[in-house]
Design a protein around this ligand. Structure first.
Ligand SMILES: [Zn+2]
Length: 293
């Protein structure tokens, strides 16, 4: 194993590295004793510091959590309406201008709603007004209870909600599939804004809202599909890594196979929209799960 780079005296988010710990991680990695801005002492692995995946003793998220609760209180409900619904944009390719309403081939209006990632069909209607009314009724029915749930969450539930909703840079990079340089560019260009951004210089702490990160990742994937004839993505323990060729994909998958528990390759062909998961079963890379279309 390579000798650990000396991080003594360096600052990562709210953490200042005091000295190397005599202990090692379970996997034998170097640990560093750090002091958080809140004075708590914590031990962190080098790569967690260098990648930005750990930026505090845990208090950064709880600070962000307070910001989030405040934000929710101020922004989530206005006159009893879940304001996310009022402000969330209609898709740019919408032909009806009403969120959740599309026109079918035979000129009917179809209303749908997505609740907890489940698509619910609300029916086919002759007029846009009827479809829009059905959608509105469904928003009341499905979103209101969700919102009420959120308002009555207990402390542990709030913590869990914040842990899964606010992402560190490293966690966000797992979603977008970018490396540090690419991610930094995305943030610098304003294409992805941190939800929580406090402090200055090296003790600056930034956290990203999962919805924003996922929306950015979808946009980036869409652009990628419009740009390239074939797309190869290596998925390593859920972390998507875009590559440019099958050779590159195979190589990366093979290298990752020893160190990771789940590795597969995603393939997309623009010509006919065909998608496949290449299962490195014995490294034959046989296409499986071809789309029916
Ligand atoms: Zn702290």
């Amino acid at each position: 194993m390579a000798k650990a780079k000396d991080l003594t005296g360096k600052t990562f988010g709210k953490l200042e590295v005091l000295h190397r710990s005599p202990k090692r991680s379970k996997r034998g990695r170097a640990l560093w004793v750090c002091r958080c801005e809140c004075e708590a002492i914590t031990e962190v692995q080098s790569h967690h510091l260098l990648s930005g995946s750990i930026i505090s003793c845990g208090c950064a998220r709880s600070d962000a959590g307070k910001a989030m609760q405040q934000y929710n209180k101020e922004h989530l409900v206005k006159d009893g309406v879940y304001t996310h619904l009022l402000t969330s944009k209609v898709r740019s390719d919408s032909k009806t201008g009403v969120k959740g309403v599309t026109i079918t081939k035979n000129g009917k209006y179809q209303a749908r709603i997505t609740v907890k990632k489940q698509h619910i069909h609300l029916g086919l209607f002759n007029t846009l007004e009827e479809a829009a009314a059905a959608r509105k009724e469904a928003e009341e029915k499905y979103f209101k209870p969700l919102l009420e749930d959120m308002m009555t969450m207990n402390k542990a539930e709030i913590k869990k909600y914040i842990d899964t909703t606010l992402l560190t840079k490293q966690e966000a990079m797992r979603v977008t599939g970018q490396n540090i340089k690419g991610f930094d560019q995305t943030v610098a260009s304003g294409n992805l804004k941190p939800f929580y951004d406090h402090g200055e210089g090296r003790s600056r702490v930034r956290l990203y809202h999962r919805d924003d990160v996922e929306a950015y990742a979808r946009q980036a994937e869409k652009r990628r599909r419009e740009t390239y004839k074939e797309i190869w993505t290596v998925v390593i323990d859920g972390h998507k890594r875009p590559v440019y060729s099958e050779d590159e994909a195979r190589k990366m998958a093979e290298e990752a196979a020893d160190k990771s528990s789940e590795v597969y390759i995603e393939y997309y062909r623009a010509e006919d929209g065909q998608e496949a998961f290449l299962n490195p079963n014995g490294y034959g890379f046989e296409p499986v799960n071809w789309a029916d279309s």
